[in-house]
Design a protein around this ligand. Structure first.
Ligand code: B3K
Ligand code: ZN
Length: 877
């Protein structure tokens, strides 16, 4: 295999030919599907004559090539390196091709493949070229007409984008249906599904009074899991009309659930295809967290109809243009329909553990990368989550009304076009009159900026001086960084916790303001202050940065209690806990007993005893920083110390606050039938957090409560919480039977078995490794299914840090073995799964050696482009 080559943004060339219309005919057969394509092509105005036509194609057996009805002779074209070059073509012509493909052998799950008894597609980013010869790039947009031919018995339902216009019977027990999609689209939005499917149908009347048919297609065994996604879809459609003025544009909108799927879902025009884990739900099988995730993903894919489909990306370097914006849109939807503070807390917690780690590792890249080897490797937290933060900063800089005028203008002006990040930002600059040139660096500079803040109170002048310095650490290929335009939302608190008025140059800014940090170092002076204030910084997490300020623990307790910003109350608590955990890690390393700072215990006692109107936030505040977030604070990650300190802190909180947790547990029991409403979710979350602490005392009684909750079987949220406590306890006489009963009861439901896998492999005890190996042989497990791999292997390596990083290297070896197998089956998943090994530089020498050795072992294999790119970056000096 030759070394894969990188592609550069700076090499972008517009396509020489446009496809105006694409007509496809599929004759479906698991191992020998025929695809006939008729492409209507036109030379691009700017291109001269004699420009050859170059099309993409992979794993295609070519049967026919003809231009304007004339079959091509051997010397008129060449097929080489996954490209078809036709040397001479007219200005305007029709290209007919016929190929054969093997969907049943397609384990990469890109292009057309078989999942169970269904046919389905995944074309983004470059899967369409596995279906037929095509200029498979997003700036080629055509109308599509798709005819599907298949066995009437086995494939009674055959779907594609748009509207069905013709259907009928064919000889040999086959039938056909023809679909037309009037909206020009890039090939990555093409979709086809065929199988034995049933539907839930509903209607939606758009704001202008158009009737839309909504259909959710699933296999018969899943018809009891469709209602929630349908509710979410309607909620999202209404929200997009209200928040962005965006209306749906076809007569029907379809969602299909598929069991084998690499990502969460895909926004194909009019025919979204979903990983069944991201759409199917009912109270008996699905936790609150999964209900919420489904709501978000349904909304996300629907929102893409405008941010992605109507206005799409010119090239894949612009991926964040649609993904960052659409994640921002789905986050805003969640903030508007659930607890806004909790939504923000959860998104930020994820961003600053996982995305910050990515930004600090060997695969760090800007929100708009400037080169890649395999674009599938760039569906990352940086593109999605940091991309969303950049859009959020824009909205905060220009203000919500101006942002809305900007988005209206963006959608109107670029409708039907394939555009760049510049087009979006320039529209926002235009409507706001702001200069966003420096802001554009957020798209080109990788790495998490670090802000160091200093505050100084001058009692005589009654002034407080705040100085903020910014620094972005070097990332691979970007040694020198320039200052960014960073909005820092802040306020000041008095010693009693009251919000202080912010007076700058004699002018009042209320109690909350945004500082625009643009230089490497900048100062602000706040006037008329009679006491030294406590600063509340980066409220609402106003920028994706790492912020350092030397708060005392009393200051943090004050912020946690009184800050008017809900996010910073939570963050104050997290920072106080981090400080307390730091003491305990020091003690652990010195072999001394670990004692939890009494201030944290008292602060939590205060929380548990003060009336709250937001139980969801309270539940979040009662969670200690995760092991991953603690690790982010350390220069050399000490997995064992982190785990030991955190466990000790949990048990001391539990011992000291037992009665408070017990009261909270009982006070949050619900009588009402299950509903995934924010109120009920908050109560369950608080109740189960409390039960967790009660169990952490090691007493028998709370374990019996957990067992009773498990057996009461009210809903999966409560069952799973109880099962986890039982399975992770040392009381195997309770844990083992519960695991067995759950496994037997749900053996028929793969999505529940995924939860069963995940629960077992997060067990903190050492014996988990044997359990994991045993479960890899379980009949419900398969390396070919991405959900199974994520549930069993992914959960272990990412959520059981202390065992994955075992000093004997067993965890690393196991992951490398899995990655080597996945490299053959599904390169996209292989390249994702290898991530924890690529972060070896963060660990001690011995672990570094072990992890690096596994990466070297992987490198010896004949690697897919995906895995090659990631492993090469990790091992580069
Ligand atoms: N746009 C899809 C991404 C699928 C790419 C898979 N290689 C999912 C989403 O962001 O909505
Ligand atoms: Zn998306």
């Amino acid at each position: 295999m030759s070394e894969p080559q990188a592609i550069y943004l700076s090499d972008y060339q517009p396509p020489a030919y446009q496809v105006t219309r694409t007509e496809l005919t599929f004759e479906l057969d698991p191992h020998a599907t025929r695809v006939r394509a008729r492409l209507h092509l036109e030379r691009h105005e700017d291109q001269g004559q004699g420009e050859a036509l170059v099309l993409n194609g992979e794993h295609l057996t070519t049967l026919e090539l003809a231009i304007d009805g004339q079959t091509l002779k051997d010397d008129e074209y060449r097929i080489e390196n996954e490209r078809l070059t036709i040397f001479r073509v007219p200005e305007r012509f029709v290209l007919d091709t016929e190929v054969e493909i093997d969907p049943a052998a397609n384990t990469a799950l890109e292009g057309l493949y078989v999942s169970g008894s269904m046919f389905c597609t995944q074309c983004e980013p470059e899967g369409f070229r596995r279906i037929t010869w095509y200029p498979d790039r997003p700036d080629v947009m055509a109308t599509f007409e798709t005819t599907i031919i298949g066995d009437r018995e086995q494939l009674p339902v055959m779907l594609s984008n748009g509207n069905p216009v013709e259907w009928g019977e064919l000889p040999d027990g086959r039938h056909f249906v023809t679909w037309q999609d009037p909206h020009p689209k890039p090939s990555y939005l093409f979709a086809l599904v065929a199988g034995e499917l049933e539907k839930l149908e509903d209607r939606f009347t758009t704001m202008s009074g158009r009737e839309v048919t909504l259909q959710l297609w699933v296999e018969a065994r899943n018809t009891d899991k469709t209602e929630w996604a349908m509710e979410s879809l309607k909620r999202a459609m209404r929200w997009d009309e209200q928040a962005y003025g965006r209306e749906y544009d076809l007569d029907r909108f379809m969602i299909v659930a598929v069991d084998d799927f690499n990502m969460g879902a895909m926004e194909n025009k009019g025919l979204n295809i979903f990983n069944s884990a991201a759409v199917l739900a009912n109270p008996a099988t699905t936790t609150d967290a999964a209900f919420q995730r489904i709501d978000t993903i349904v909304a996300h894919e629907y929102f893409h109809n405008w941010s992605g489909n109507r206005v799409t990306c010119r090239d894949w370097f612009q991926l964040a243009l649609k993904e960052g914006f659409t994640v921002f849109r789905d986050q805003s939807y969640t903030e508007d329909t659930q607890s806004a503070a909790v939504a923000r807390i959860q998104n930020v917690a994820m961003l600053r553990t996982a995305q910050f780690a990515e930004d600090a590792g060997p695969t760090a890249h800007p929100v708009r990368p400037d080169h890649f080897i395999e674009i599938s490797n760039f569906y990352t937290l940086t593109i999605y989550e940091k991309g969303a933060e950049v859009v959020r900063m824009l909205r905060n800089l220009v203000g919500p009304e101006t942002f809305r005028r900007g988005s209206d203008r963006y959608f109107e002006r670029f409708d039907g076009q394939a555009v760049r990040v510049e087009d979006f930002v320039a529209t926002m600059a235009e409507v706001s009159g702001l200069d966003l040139d420096q802001f554009m660096r957020w798209y080109s500079q990788a790495g998490t900026p670090q802000l160091s803040v200093q505050g100084e109170y001058d009692a005589t002048a009654r002034q407080y001086h705040l100085t903020i310095a910014q620094h972005t650490p070097a990332t691979p290929g970007q040694p020198d960084k320039q200052p960014l335009h960073i909005p820092v939302r802040m306020g000041l608190l008095g010693p009693d916790g009251a919000s202080l008025e912010l007076v700058v140059n004699g002018e009042s800014h209320g109690t909350d303001t945004v500082l625009a940090l643009q230089q490497e170092r900048q100062s602000w002076t706040f006037e008329q202050l009679d006491v030294a204030p406590v600063p509340s910084l980066l409220r609402g997490f106003s920028a994706p940065v790492q912020l350092d300020y030397n708060w005392s623990r009393d200051d943090l307790a004050l912020l946690m209690r009184f800050d008017e910003d809900g996010f910073n109350r939570w963050d104050g608590g997290q920072r106080l806990a981090l400080a307390a955990l730091e003491d305990m890690m020091v003690a652990w390393r010195a072999n001394e007993s670990m004692k939890l700072d009494g201030r944290l215990i008292e602060a939590w006692r205060g929380l548990l005893n003060s009336p709250t109107d937001d139980r969801a936030v309270l539940a979040e505040m009662l969670r200690l920083p995760t092991e991953a977030w603690i690790a982010e604070q350390q220069s050399v990650v000490d997995v064992d110390a982190i785990h030991a300190a955190r466990e000790a802190a949990i048990s001391q909180l539990a011992d000291n606050l037992y009665v408070d947790f017990e009261r909270t547990y009982h006070a949050n029991q619900l009588d009402a039938p299950y509903a995934p409403t924010p109120e009920q979710i908050a109560a369950r979350s608080l109740k189960n957090v409390a039960l967790g602490y009660m169990v952490a005392t090691g007493e028998r009684e709370p374990l019996m409560l957990a067992q009773a909750q498990f057996e009461a079987d009210h809903n999966m949220t409560d069952v799973r919480a109880a099962l986890t406590l039982l399975a992770h306890s040392d009381a195997s006489e309770l844990g083992d039977p519960a695991i067995r009963a759950f496994g037997e009861r749900w053996a028929h439901d793969p999505l529940v078995m995924d939860q069963w896998f995940a629960t077992q492999v997060t067990r903190p005890q050492q014996d988990v490794m044997e359990r994991l190996k045993f479960l890899m042989e379980h009949q419900a497990f398969s390396l070919k299914n991405p959900n199974r791999v994520r549930a069993l292997i992914g959960t272990f390596v990412n959520s059981n840090r202390v065992n994955f990083h075992r000093i004997d290297g067993e965890g690393y070896r196991l992951l490398a073995d899995v990655v080597i197998e996945l490299n053959q089956l599904n390169p996209e998943i292989a390249a994702r799964m290898v991530t924890p090994l690529t972060r070896f530089r963060r660990f001690d020498e011995q672990r570094q050696r072990l992890m690096r050795a596994e990466l070297e072992r992987i490198r010896q294999e004949p690697l897919s482009r995906n895995l090659y790119e990631v492993v090469a970056k990790a091992l580069a000096d």
